[in-house]
Write a protein that binds this ligand. Structure first.
Ligand code: GLU
Length: 474
């Protein structure tokens, strides 16, 4: 039997990192087994589902390269299927119409609370007589559909992550609503209908769904369908060990994309969130992970989100990337920062800048700050740089450098070195005493990327002389 798995996000928010990680595990499992990975949008919650979230989920999965083989399927387009399922359960006597008013249910809950009992439905409308039912209908009550759950049932499954899991029917809250009075079918029911219809063999999802699984297993049995295998993956936690939330920082994939993380690095990081590789390597591309990925190496404990590790992985991928591949990824960040760029005409110059700053980058967005002095007319002079520019010796160095540049229209990095060396000798100054004022005048900072290359690149765009001039007149 070929493996068929799915990711089934609800479009009630942007693609969350937890959903993306579950998608990754499903995708890897499918690829490892030569199976199929399906995408299903669970949009039956009409009030909270939004088209922009659907868009965000699809584009996020595509950005990560987690391409699905079938779908996207939308539950709102499959309501006829769920109606048929409900009719089937009603006809078999495994589900029934239940007519309590919200007030009656609230009274029941209140009474349970008063006795310190957990909330549960007491199955009071399970055996209504036709007369009782007719009376409720005459009162204008709209029934929900409830699925019968027997208290004395024991439900067991062999979880792909957690091993044997056992639940008692009496802990499932009584007969479960599978469709609202409005006719809207509910999560546990539609998910099972769809997983049966789509031939899903393995349900791999977050541990927060573990309490739904016994209810779903009962529904499989009631619908006469084989029960798939279940695997509940550990939750993503914050550094304190609580569930990761918005307060801990970015939780949607989109936010990481906009900060300038690379999809391959983000996948690599998510892979290690909850899965241990068979060796000590930390860098795994998806292609490398496919043959070694299995559920024996999924951890049971929650996985702590570690931004430092994500940053380290991202910088590794970024530094390994060829500059010509990096350029189109960095350009949108430069453009968004308002740098005026001639992509075609300046290509070589831009590549040289990127070569220069690449080793200092952790995320793509770092290119904005690191390269800003190349794009502005004058750099943003930091206080420490201004101080150096005020020193008496500075003027001599800058004046001399200006004279040399005025007679040297083009300067390669090697020439820049010879020029600076010559300048030091002529003025009887150490290299540092020449470089520091020059760096401050040209870049506005006391630290930064290689100065000689910076000088050559700035001079090429006629940006070096005006800066020397400006600094000399500060
Ligand atoms: N729509 C559910 C969610 O987003 C899917 C759960 C499942 O995979 O069964 O959490």
């Amino acid at each position: 039997m070929s493996v068929r798995v799915r990711i089934a996000p609800s479009p009630t928010g942007n693609l969350h990192i937890g959903t993306a990680r579950t998608a990754l595990f499903n995708w890897l499992f499918a690829r490892h087994h030569g199976g199929q990975f399906l995408l299903r949008i669970e949009d039956t919650d009409i009030e909270r589902s939004k088209p922009e979230y659907v868009e965000n989920i699809l584009s996020g999965l595509q950005w990560l390269g987690l391409q699905w083989d079938e779908g996207p399927f939308f539950q709102t387009q499959r309501l006829h299927l769920y109606q048929a399922g409900i009719q089937k359960l009603l006809a078999k006597g495994l589900a029934y119409r239940s007519y309590e008013t919200p007030e009656e249910l609230e009274q029941l809950r209140e009474a349970q609370r008063a006795q310190g009992l957990p909330p549960r439905y007491d199955n009071r409308h399970r055996h209504l007589t036709p007369e009782e039912e007719a009376k409720f209908i005459a009162e204008g009550r709209q029934p929900v559909i409830r699925f019968k759950i027997d208290d004395d049932r024991e439900i067991r499954w062999q979880d792909m992550v957690r091993g044997e899991v056992v639940w008692q029917g009496k802990d499932l809250g009584g007969d479960m609503v599978i469709a609202r009075a409005s006719g809207q079918p509910l999560y546990n029911f539609v998910v099972v209908m769809d997983d049966i219809d789509m031939g899903i063999t393995h349900v791999i999802r977050g541990e927060d769904h573990i309490g739904n699984t016994p209810k779903q297993i009962l529904l499989y049995e009631a619908l006469g369908a084989p029960v798939p295998k279940f695997g509940h993956t550990p939750l993503i936690l914050n550094q304190q060990g609580a569930k990761l939330s918005k307060r801990d920082g970015a939780t949607s994939v989109d936010e990481y994309r906009m900060m300038g993380y690379l999809p391959e690095a983000f996948n690599n990081y998510m892979l290690l969130l909850g899965w241990s590789p068979p060796d000590t390597r930390e860098l795994y591309t998806l292609e490398e992970a496919i043959p070694v990925f299995d559920f024996d190496r999924i951890n049971k404990a929650g996985a702590r989100f570690d931004l430092d590790k994500l940053n380290w992985i991202n910088s590794q991928y970024l530094h390994q990337k060829e500059t010509k591949e990096l350029l189109p990824l960095v350009l949108p960040f430069w453009q968004a920062a308002g740098y005026s760029i001639d992509q075609e005409g300046d290509r070589e110059w831009l590549m040289a800048i990127l070569d220069l700053i690449k080793p200092s980058m952790t995320v793509l967005k770092d290119a904005v700050g690191l390269a800003s002095y190349f794009f502005t007319d004058l750099p943003d002079y930091k206080e420490a740089a201004k101080e150096i520019l005020q020193q008496p010796q500075t003027k001599t160095v800058l004046q001399k450098a200006k004279e040399i540049l005025e007679t040297t229209p083009r300067l390669a990095a090697e020439q820049a070195k010879a020029t600076i060396d010559g300048l030091g000798k002529e003025l009887g100054l150490k290299k540092g005493a020449v470089m520091k004022p020059l760096r401050c005048a040209l870049t506005g900072d006391v630290h930064g990327p290689d100065l000689l290359i910076s000088l050559a690149l700035l001079h090429q765009k006629h940006k070096a002389l005006p800066r020397l001039h400006y600094a000399l007149h500060l």
